[in-house]
Write a protein that binds this ligand. Structure first.
Ligand code: SF4
Ligand code: SF4
Length: 193
């Protein structure tokens, strides 16, 4: 990482307040995990295949398929501008990397370190903010699950990168359906007490 990024550890704070300028939604596409894709598709009321190509595309590099948000005219497909402010049209289901920004994960195996991107226009605010460590923890857990499944399918089982990515998304989709059934059952048990 260049001098445009500052490393922060637990206990460090940054002067940051979001201006909703939308700058971080313009330019390089946001990287996703299968968990992000499933949350976005549920929020839009679509099957995960319904977001494929329309909102999410995959880039293949070094035998890995990396899913990213699609761009529309150089900015994220979900970004809208209204009254001088930017709006994310999937805000409650936005990807974890968007939730973390301007803090950027350092490594999926390090839940205590982030980079601060000095390109963010909301820096040098009067408010001191701690990086969202709990969100980073969730990101690390999901990224590790995503990549370990993908590595196993591609490098041990010989799957094609895009085929492997689709299998991982299907797997995560089933996992999230099971988890939501468990939560529903817990709710009904509590409600009937
Ligand atoms: S660039 Fe910074 S200030 Fe602007 S919307 Fe993104 S996080 Fe907020
Ligand atoms: S999903 Fe929302 S927050 Fe993330 S880049 Fe797109 S518009 Fe911005």
């Amino acid at each position: 990482m260049s001098g445009e990024y500052v490393k922060l550890r637990v206990g460090d704070k940054a002067r940051f307040e979001c201006l909703r300028c939308g700058r971080c939604c313009i330019g390089p596409n946001v990287g996703l995990t299968a968990f992000d894709i499933c949350r976005i598709s549920r929020f839009l009321g679509l099957d995960w295949k319904g977001v494929k190509g329309r909102y999410v595309v995959a880039v293949v590099a070094d035998m890995m398929a990396i899913p990213v948000l699609r761009d529309k005219g150089g900015r994220c497909v979900f970004l809208e501008f209204e009254g001088g402010k930017s709006t994310c049209t999937i805000y409650p289901a936005r990807p974890i990397r968007c939730r973390l920004y301007p803090f950027i994960p350092y490594s999926p195996s390090d839940e205590h370190t982030v980079y601060l991107d000095k390109h963010c226009l909301g820096l040098n605010a009067h408010i001191y903010t701690e990086p969202p460590w709990e969100t980073l923890k969730k990101y690390c857990s999901e990224a590790k699950q995503h990549y370990s499944k993908l590595y196993k399918l591609i490098f041990r089982e010989g799957c094609e990168p895009l085929e492997a990515l689709e299998k991982v998304i299907e797997d995560v989709d089933e996992l999230l359906i099971k988890q939501s059934h468990v939560q529903d059952n817990l709710y009904f048990k509590q409600a009937s007490k």
